[in-house]
Design a protein around this ligand. Structure first.
Ligand SMILES: Cc1cc2nc3c(=O)[nH]c(=O)nc-3n(C[C@H](O)[C@H](O)[C@H](O)COP(=O)(O)OP(=O)(O)OC[C@H]3O[C@@H](n4cnc5c(N)ncnc54)[C@H](O)[C@@H]3O)c2cc1C
Length: 234
């Protein structure tokens, strides 16, 4: 059986519990992206019999309004620009969903692009290369962190699985404040996103309101799905 991880997490913002299922597959999965019944069948096949708790979570598949199924994919392109078009966020440099932080990267990318366009007086031929240069290292770092997070979350060895389950149990037992502090200290992606430095682009008279709004969004962008432990792993 391929490596697999099942977990349950909650968040005040979600208003209920969510189950998370991650598994590696040796072959390309045979399904259409709109064929939800087939996706649920693939999920049941991958996880049935793993544990009594997991079987109970699987029973909820037919009732949940929050079903989402996708592959964890990383996008790698040498450039995000062609002519007058450039890409921001997942379209250009998605390091991989479900491993945390891609939203922060998308917001940083939008800020840097807007800043470079303003600095170049709207000249995209100067702004786009400057935007790509400013983002390149952040994107490379995010890709590396995403690959290592994927290895940790779906470990290929018994020892890795044991470490993940015990670590998740320990972190779950802590009160919210210390738990968040510990996760910030120990997860590579949290350290990475907390330390990203970009040029300070002063807001223009017309854009000041919008940039302030983005700043307050940035403070609230925390990984809510993958940093809530309570994992079962085999
Ligand atoms: C299951 C899951 C969990 C995640 N958890 C986290 C997390 O905890 N933390 C984190 O930081 N990130 C997380 N992410 C990643 C995060 O959702 C993305 O990185 C982020 O949404 C990227 O923002 P974006 O604006 O680049 O793209 P999107 O949010 O995908 O926005 C693109 C928009 O364009 C629209 N669109 C597409 N094609 C067209 C078209 N032809 N015409 C018009 N509109 C179009 C789409 O409908 C969509 O609204 C998660 C992702 C997934 C899938």
């Amino acid at each position: 059986m391929a490596a697999r991880t099942a977990g349950m997490y909650g968040s005040r913002r979600l208003g209920g519990a969510r189950a998370l299922f991650l598994f590696r597959s040796e072959r390309e999965l045979d399904h259409h992206h709109r064929d939800v019944p087939r996706q649920k069948e693939l999920l049941r096949d991958a996880f049935k019999g793993m544990h009594a708790d997991v079987d109970r979570w699987l029973e909820e598949l037919d009732h949940t309004p929050a079903f989402y199924f996708d592959s964890v994919t990383q996008l790698r392109m040498d450039t995000w620009t062609r002519g007058r078009v450039t890409l921001v966020g997942d379209a250009g440099y998605s390091p991989g969903p479900a491993v945390g932080g891609s939203t922060s990267l998308a917001v940083v990318g939008a800020y840097v692009l807007a800043g470079e366009l303003a600095r170049a007086g709207g000249d995209h031929e100067r702004a786009f290369p400057a935007y790509e240069r400013a983002m390149a290292e952040h994107v490379r770092g995010s890709r590396a962190a995403a690959l290592s997070a994927a290895k940790t979350l779906v470990p290929a060895s018994r020892l890795g699985a044991l470490g993940l389950a015990q670590g998740a149990r320990l972190i779950s037992a802590l009160p919210a404040g210390p738990r968040r502090a510990l996760l910030r200290l120990t997860t590579k992606s949290a350290r990475l996103y907390n330390s990203m430095a970009v040029d300070d682009h002063p807001p223009s008279a017309t854009s000041a309101g919008r940039i302030r709004l983005m700043g307050s969004l940035g403070n609230r962008l925390k990984c809510s799905s993958c940093c809530r432990p309570g994992l079962r792993n085999r």
